[in-house]
Design a binder for this molecule. Structure first.
Ligand code: TYD
Ligand code: MG
Length: 470
């Protein structure tokens, strides 16, 4: 019989290895393996189980009831509010604002639910009761009927929640600080995080309260990445943005009760996190017209169009391999675009250092940004500003063709709403035999190849040179 041996578990992704090694084969992370005692495996005996009923696909099913959080941007990301008896994971770097937003949401829910006798509980494993109270005071939430506790022993928390009949929402801040005394491993290890989360989720399902788990993401791998929890919860939200910026973006990466890729935009202020109802206006607020190397991208985040500025800077390389520095976009995608510009338009940027930035701290994953990035690059290379009233969107293929992207109409409407007068976009296909008319007051230049994007910049530069010499 095979002896149960200790395993080495990656604290980043949860993969188990028979031997210690420096790098996890599964996720490629370094120095993330830690030794774990084997978990006892309960034997499934024959007999003793209850019969499971199998039903047909058709049948009555009402949409799940929701608890609105009172914060519209958070509700949007959750798909309309918290679902009772569900588990939500909120991940993000330390200091990004997880505790702040959850305290704000918990206080508002507590206020809304208290007339009905339903309770909201906030368990802080990181901060003492006084610290949380101070924060609540600063945020003007001290009067909210919230149940607050500082605890880290899962046994105590579970026992208290078993007793609790009226809890509607329980916030655990954070899951990495909890520990179960039945396990040898330290708090924050994959084994602890997984066991504590499983117990809390079981309680949530059986008692009918929604549970929100806070999880830190650290690069160092000392704390278990919340990635191991993602498959256990119903929804995973990530807080993005860097601490140098006041903008925070909450993004759903998994949601069993709503759409994913929906974002909520917040601003960190003295009064905590404040919703930003019109993100495009915010992302474009610091834009300065008439500067070369900038182009406005009309993007879609979830169901919402968002305009952002793409900025590119070229500098002669100091020798060696040229630098490619990208913030907010995919660096592989940038390399591809540079290669396409060189091969299809003869625009050689290979000897330059290239810096690319998405203004405002937003991270863009859409290929539709290709055309805006290309416009910013060409503008930087020719030292000609893009037209200040123009937005760009479209995917660029390897042969330089500009490809269709989804939701062109929504992008155009948003651009028009924010005062833009023109758009550079892929050729619009006639849908069901007829082209959809563009919104009033916006000029479209439909381009089929990236060379059509480069030509006006080159002509402009040419004209200027002629004026100078002539
Ligand atoms: P916090 O919610 O504690 O982050 P997390 O729980 O994700 O670690 O937020 C910490 C940062 O937010 C901290 O650097 C201070 C800032 N902050 C404000 O700017 N305004 C506020 O009203 C609050 C409460 C925090
Ligand atoms: Mg915190």
């Amino acid at each position: 019989m095979a002896r149960d041996r200790t395993r080495f578990v990656c604290q980043e992704c949860g993969a188990a290895h028979p031997k210690w090694q420096g790098r996890c084969d599964a996720c490629g992370a370094w120095n993330t393996l830690s030794e774990e005692a084997p978990a006892p495996r309960p034997a499934v005996r024959a007999g003793g189980g209850r019969r499971v009923a199998f039903v047909g696909l058709a049948g009555e099913s009402a949409p799940p009831p929701r608890i609105p959080t009172g914060i519209a941007e958070l509700d949007r990301v959750l798909g309309g509010g918290l679902v009772p008896a569900s588990a939500v994971l909120v991940g993000g770097d330390p200091g990004i604002g997880k505790s702040t937003i959850l305290l704000q949401a918990a206080a508002r829910i507590a206020e809304a639910l208290s007339p009905g006798g339903r309770r909201v509980l906030y368990v802080s494993g990181e901060e003492a009761v006084e610290q949380v109270r101070l924060r609540a005071l600063r945020l003007g939430l001290a009067g909210a009927p919230l149940g607050l506790a500082a605890a880290t022993a899962l046994r105590d928390i579970a026992a208290s929640l078993e007793e609790e009949r009226d809890a509607a929402l329980v916030v655990i801040d954070s899951i990495q600080t909890l520990w179960l005394d039945a396990l040898d491993s330290a708090p924050g290890t994959v084994a602890q995080v997984r066991a504590c989360a499983a117990e809390l989720i079981r309680l949530a399902k059986s008692r009918g309260f929604a549970v929100v788990l806070v999880g830190h993401v650290t690069k160092e791998g000392t704390l278990a990445g919340p990635r191991v929890l993602e498959h256990m919860v119903d929804a995973t939200l990530y807080f993005e943005g860097d601490r140098g910026h006041q903008f925070r973006i909450l993004r759903a990466v998994k949601n069993r009760f709503g759409a994913t890729d929906e974002i909520g935009v917040f601003e960190m202020t003295e009064q905590g996190l404040v919703e930003v109802a019109n993100p495009s206006a915010l992302f474009l607020a610091e834009r300065r017209g008439n500067v070369s190397g900038a182009a406005v991208f009309a993007g879609i985040e979830g169901t919402r169009p968002v305009l952002v500025e793409v900025q590119a800077l070229l500098a002669p390389s100091a020798g060696g391999a040229p630098r490619r520095s990208v913030v907010g976009w995919d660096s592989g995608r940038l390399s591809m675009l540079l290669a396409v510009l060189e091969a299809r338009c003869g625009l050689s940027l290979g000897a330059n250092d290239v810096y690319l930035n998405i203004a405002g701290g937003l991270r863009i994953a859409e290929p539709a940004a290709d055309l805006a990035v290309a416009a910013a690059l060409v503008s930087a290379a020719t030292d000609r500003p893009t037209e200040a009233d123009t937005v760009y969107f479209g995917e660029v293929g390897l042969s330089g063709e500009v490809r269709q992207v989804a939701q062109a109409e929504a992008r155009l409407r948003e651009a028009q709403k924010l005062g833009f007068a023109a758009a550079v976009l892929p050729p619009r296909l006639a849908r069901a035999g007829r082209a959809v008319p563009p919104p009033e007051g916006i000029r479209l230049s439909e381009i089929g190849h990236i060379a059509d994007l480069v030509a006006p910049f080159a002509e402009q530069a040419q004209r200027q040179r002629q004026r100078r010499t002539g």
